[in-house]
Design a protein around this ligand. Sequence first.
Ligand SMILES: C=C(O[C@H]1C=CC=C(C(=O)O)[C@@H]1O)C(=O)O
Length: 422
Amino acid sequence: MTTAPALRPPATSSGAATGATGADLLAAYRAGPDRALLATPTRTLLAEGVHRTVEDPAEAGRLLAAARPGGDGSGGGDRGGRNGNGDGDGDGESGGQRLLVGAIPFAPGAPARLFVPERVRRAGPVAPTTPAPPATDLAGEGRWRSRPVPEPEGYRAAVAEAVRRLAGDSPLEKVVLARTLELTAPGGSDLAAMAARLVQRDPHGYTFAVPAGGAATLIGASPELLVSRRGSRVVSNPLAGSAARSTDPVEDRLRAEALLDSPKDLAEHAFVVDAVRAALAPFCTGLTAPERPTLLRTAAMWHLSSTVTGTLREPATSALELALALHPTPAVCGTPTAQARAAIGELEPFDRGLYTGVVGWGDASGDGEWVVTLRCAEADGDLLRLFAGAGVVAASDPDLELAETAAKFRTFLHAVGLADAR
Ligand SMILES: C=C(O[C@H]1C=CC=C(C(=O)O)[C@@H]1O)C(=O)O
């Protein structure tokens, strides 16, 4: 057990309420190793200054527990809020200094990029009407060079190999295979402007821009809530099963309806819901999940979506503990987890880093919102490395999974002001 220094940073860092809006905090964000922005459907958090960094997520959990009022987990009340995820908490520089923000990687044992900020400014969600910078400022004419890793042919071959394994004797039932797209722009990229465009395009998503080690920043807009905990109320929103949006409204609706009826996608989805229920069961009573998924829409994608809710058995269980118990779900790894992880290690020719990990915040009362790290890029100097993956099951078609990952890249490409990539 760590004898943790209190999470509370120096007393000088606390401040009076500022009345800032979500849009103000978004506008105030500047990328850097000591800044983090989280803009969720219910709140905006801008964290500045590093009180301490935490590389071990388990240690982060202990730190939060030690900083809990009375150390007994009694700090959280059930205050409800939209979707049970909270209500934005009002605004201002807050008594929420005892907060942890950042990202946890996909691979166990790789360093987490979590930190306790010196200052946290909070506001409600960014209004959907908040103007974003024009795409042309970011894209410029021919400014970006792109390189897929692996090449599309390599990704197709990996999916085909996974399908062969899924059809064979292996216990593997689902594996999520990803690819990357490296974009380079001389002079680097304006990450604050990209964050603004991500929020504006997907105001119901979870936009994040957090330090990723060294001078790198992890930036993206995830549609998938891994878990939120507010008082005793626990919510998870697993997604799996996807279709690209169409600009033609009739075609768009047809794709959505086909997704809802697709046996392949329903199977892919069921693995995730079952795993989420199983992981939450030891911690929750009254777990509920719908019989059938519904549709969730982002600007670029349709997804099959299920909202799983429950009530904590032990009030001391934090959102972070729940996130660590859930991660990695079959939405990003596969089923069974160990075999899927091994297949990913063999079939993906790159390190996922923070992609398909967990990103978000947790506070000393145990409340928090942790989302699955998707639809994102790692930005470092001139390089932006985008990531996208797709769940592969026995009925998967390599061409369709390639097209699905291309569609998933669009979330970020549009934030940069670029058109599609193959
Ligand atoms: C792995 C990704 O998406 C996951 C989340 C939602 C739907 C998914 C799917 O339909 O395959 C993936 O499981 C990604 O966006 O990179």
